[in-house]
Design a protein around this ligand. Sequence first.
Ligand SMILES: *Cc1c(COP(=O)(O)O)cnc(C)c1O
Ligand code: SF4
Length: 346
Amino acid sequence: MTLQTLRTPQALADAGLIDPTDLAALQRVAAQYAVAITPAMAELIDATDPADPIARQFVPTEAELHATPEESADPIGDDAHSPVEGVVHRYADRVLLKANHACAVYCRFCFRREMVGPDGLRPLTPRQLDAAFAYIAGHSEIWEVIVTGGDPFILSPRRIADLMARLSRIDHVKVVRFHTRVPAVDPARITEALVAALKTSDKAVYVALHADHPRELTPAARAACARLVDAGIPMLGQSVLLRGVNDDPTTLEALMRAFVETRIKPYYLHHADLAPGTAAFRTTIPEGQALMKAIRGRVSGLCQPTYVLDIPGGHGKVPVGPAYLDGDEVQDPAGVRHAYPPRSSP
Ligand SMILES: *Cc1c(COP(=O)(O)O)cnc(C)c1O
Ligand code: SF4
């Protein structure tokens, strides 16, 4: 059992997670994109399985060095909508607040891989943080603040309490949403102190958990989520559709069921973004639509996420189907077409 987060190719080789002959190549990858695998995730990896879906998400590969022409360092166009450092304001009623740029684990398919990690952007300075809060306070249309990063749950409870206290002084902000992988990848960080920090203000607090494979929802992860939900914090599930991780109906169904069993409502299934060196992870949109069709009808409605694409260039997220309605015909979950409204019989 590993006790420390693995942060270098050498540490991965020592833990038996990579072949030592790949060390030199993976050192080039690690020089470009941060590496971290927490003990909880390292323990889940079956090192004898070359296609292990947990390893695939976190263990670097040489393929990451090869970007395709359509890939981009800013695949969803955050920069185009950043009025002040750390704030992305693309939709009128909500902003992203990127307070820090470090994560507990580094996902090989991350859409912000050029910005996160120790060599990525620096955390906001106190002055930049003041400017970010001033921007939010000055824009009364901002109803929701989405705290993301990086991963905000690696901040200390003291810093999260400070953030919540500052947001609680802004009347027009009613909802605060955190996006995190921590409850699954490092469940011990979900302490009573962290939960108390989240409850510092009278805002409605939501936590969106990013998990991509059902095995990530271990008993310890489920207990960490229960600490949040029992404290009155609703949770949402966010997943990325990833080739070789969850792009088959059985795995996708098991992931969505694991969320709902943990009292987490599946929210979005993201089509994988065009981040550099991530082609091996991307499915096509028709493949994604076929997967969504496969779980519609067969699996509880509670388990159905919305399949979304973040349009490159900062144009926003939209659902990308599948569509069931086609003119005056509608397809049922089994794929049978019906006239709607029904044609009257002669
Ligand atoms: C994804 C995203 C949001 C949140 O969108 P929802 O549809 O409300 O989940 C907000 N701002 C930006 C810039 C985003 O990329
Ligand atoms: S936790 Fe989120 S921000 Fe961090 S590397 Fe993974 S996908 Fe990127």
